[in-house]
Design a protein around this ligand. Structure first.
Ligand SMILES: [Zn+2]
Length: 126
């Protein structure tokens, strides 16, 4: 009969599906669910001499007005004034346009890579 070296752990934690880590469990229990939670978990660092735009609802700093307007629309949509809603929609359109251009660049890069590999492969067979 062999003994497993992992069996020397306390048996009161054997019912848990995963080993408990006290530091990880405190982080997951204190973070509220939702998109604000994922934004709040991002590390942010504001230089001491900077004067960032701050959210009036959650005091989160933003480097630009555009990012602030997008944050307001994504995280505090039910609290916005009509001006803030208009600013969010305008900045969301600009963000969608920028994302579309980024996708075009990615597709162009993929086409160049595939065509380049096909060109090299064609000369390797010749
Ligand atoms: Zn906020």
């Amino acid at each position: 009969m062999t003994t497993d070296p992992r069996d020397d752990r306390p048996h009161d934690q054997s019912d848990a599906p995963y080993p408990s880590d006290s530091t990880d469990s405190t982080d997951t229990t204190t973070t509220p669910p939702g998109p604000a939670a994922s934004l709040a978990s991002l590390p942010t660092e504001v230089p001491a001499d900077a004067d960032p735009v701050r959210c009036q609802y959650c005091d989160q700093p933003f480097p630009t007005d555009r990012l602030h307007a997008l944050h307001l629309g994504e995280c505090h949509a039910d609290l916005l004034t009509p001006e803030e809603t208009a600013a969010y929609e305008e900045n969301e359109d600009a963000e969608v346009d920028d994302l579309f251009v980024y996708h075009l660049k990615v597709v162009a890069l993929l086409v160049v890579v595939v065509m380049g590999l096909s060109y090299v492969y064609a000369f390797a067979l010749a």
